[in-house]
Ligand binder design. Sequence first.
Ligand code: GTP
Ligand code: MG
Length: 200
Amino acid sequence: MVSEGYDTVDDETALALKILVAGGFGVGKTTLVGAVSEIRPLRTEELLSEAGQSVDDIDGVDRKVTTTVAMDFGRITIRSGLSLYLFGTPGQDRFWFLWDELAQGALGAVVLADTRRLADCFPAVDYFEHRRIPFVVAVNCFAGARGHAAQDVSRALDLAPGTPVVLCDARDRDSGKEVLIRLVEYAGRKHTARLLDSVG
Ligand SMILES: Nc1nc2c(ncn2[C@@H]2O[C@H](COP(=O)(O)OP(=O)(O)OP(=O)(O)O)[C@@H](O)[C@H]2O)c(=O)[nH]1
Ligand SMILES: [Mg+2]
């Protein structure tokens, strides 16, 4: 029997994991969550106002008119029985205070990077390294930014050996999904290794 107003618990979607989508300002976080989400994504966009120009760093993202002020939320089913809840972080420094709340209980994170402004993702990389939250770096290939070897990005960001670096197009559902699959596989391996360490 199905009671009106209640979701049935479906064995097919038994496991739901929380994933963060982070990175610098304007790197494509909201775009990625929107591209892959199978539900209408929740967005908290505000217009970039003239008043904000002194604090909003819009260099390199000149056509951008809105910015995330709290978070993005979306959901994707990776395979039968496994869904991901995606939380996009706000990109600007003045919203850092929201990160700890957003990161609670996250399995892992995608750090989006733009090779024209690679340094912008340092704070996100630092954040996840310090909290030992597994992450992959996904280079969003804006026009003209192709051709960067994953190895170069890994070296420039001084990533720990084994941290995956993948190229993607944040606007493309399949490309975004691939990034998420890489993350789930990687984070799964990391968590398993830690578990074995703690019992061994
Ligand atoms: N050419 C190109 N444009 C992109 C790509 N990804 C995002 N954009 C555009 O870049 C701009 C920034 O995208 P957003 O998704 O808002 O970036 P964000 O990281 O959520 O930004 P904040 O929340 O403000 O930090 C938008 O105008 C997108 O349409 C891409 O892969 N290629
Ligand atoms: Mg955003």
